[in-house]
Ligand binder design. Structure first.
Ligand SMILES: Nc1ncnc2c1ncn2[C@@H]1O[C@H](COP(=O)(O)OP(=O)(O)O)[C@@H](O)[C@H]1O
Ligand SMILES: [Mg+2]
Length: 256
């Protein structure tokens, strides 16, 4: 069977292309701005409401002032409710600003999967330089991506002799790179083109969501996740390695 080369097809959920993705990113930025504006506006509004209440209590019986002050107070409460709902809504759109030290995440992921790897007769190897930069992604998200990649690798190699999984971290220009490579059967071209699709799985009990979620996490953090071509994979990790996925993340921005 002729295998297609890994075309790097836009790995977004169905119906979303790069252009739409950029639009969504802009919307997320606007959401953040909106949340900040809502927060800024609630301060002066609280002042307006407090003083109106004070005046209303004093002039409640005044035929002229009473009704007007009650109305101002009501309008202020209404504005408060609007701002609250904006704050709640845009909370989920907040962009990532947390960062973490990747070495600890890598070591804990290896510890978490040690039993599973031993049972599957998979040897794990760490290729990580002594010094690693801080990366802009929340620790639990980096762990989630790494565990997914390592789990997939172990599952692909289950039971075969001399199986090996390599976790490699490196720094390249403005990026931090984290790759997980394995000596499993590899991914045929027609499967390779679909691995990032939500619900795409070749496993009997798979969810097909692992890599789709990992890709989204990577993109949300301003990075990406890609499947290396088989040639690239073997020349980089050794000829027995047929599959490698690589996460790239921006290095922590200078505090400004
Ligand atoms: N290391 C790997 N080796 C071989 N195939 C893989 C590997 N990682 C992912 N795949 C393929 O990608 C598919 C999608 O993976 P994923 O999104 O994690 O979902 P799931 O693991 O539930 O199937 C898998 O079903 C498998 O066919
Ligand atoms: Mg999986």
């Amino acid at each position: 069977m002729a295998m297609r080369k890994n075309e790097s097809k836009a790995p977004f959920p169905q119906g979303i292309d790069e252009e739409k993705f950029d639009k969504l990113s802009q919307l997320a930025e606007m959401g953040k701005l909106l949340a900040e504006t809502a927060h800024e506006l609630s301060q002066p509004l609280a002042g307006i409401k407090a003083f109106t209440q004070m005046l209303r209590k004093r002039y409640d019986d005044d035929d002229f002032l009473g009704p007007k002050l009650r109305l101002i107070e009501k309008q202020a409460r209404h504005m408060e409710a609007i701002l609250d709902s904006v704050k709640t809504y845009s909370h989920g759109l907040r962009t990532v600003t947390e960062s973490c030290a990747p070495r600890e995440v890598i070591e804990s992921a290896m510890l978490l999967l040690r039993n599973k790897a031993t049972k599957a007769r998979v040897e794990m190897e760490l290729r990580v330089p002594a010094e690693l930069p801080t990366v802009e992604i929340p620790e639990h998200k980096l762990q989630q991506v790494l565990l997914n990649l390592m789990n997939n690798a172990i599952e692909a190699m289950k039971g075969s002799e001399g199986s090996k999984l390599v976790v490699e971290a490196s720094e390249s220009g403005k990026d931090f790179r984290l790759a997980v490579a394995d000596t499993g059967p590899g991914i045929p071209g027609e499967v390779a083109n679909r691995v990032f699709e939500p619900f795409f799985t070749t496993k009997k009990d798979g969810s097909g969501l692992g890599l789709a979620i990992c890709k989204r996490i990577a993109r949300q953090a301003g990075g990406d996740l890609r499947l290396l071509g088989q040639g690239e994979c073997s020349s980089r990790f050794g000829e027995r390695f047929r599959t490698a996925l690589e996460l790239s993340l921006p290095l922590e921005r200078d505090a400004s």
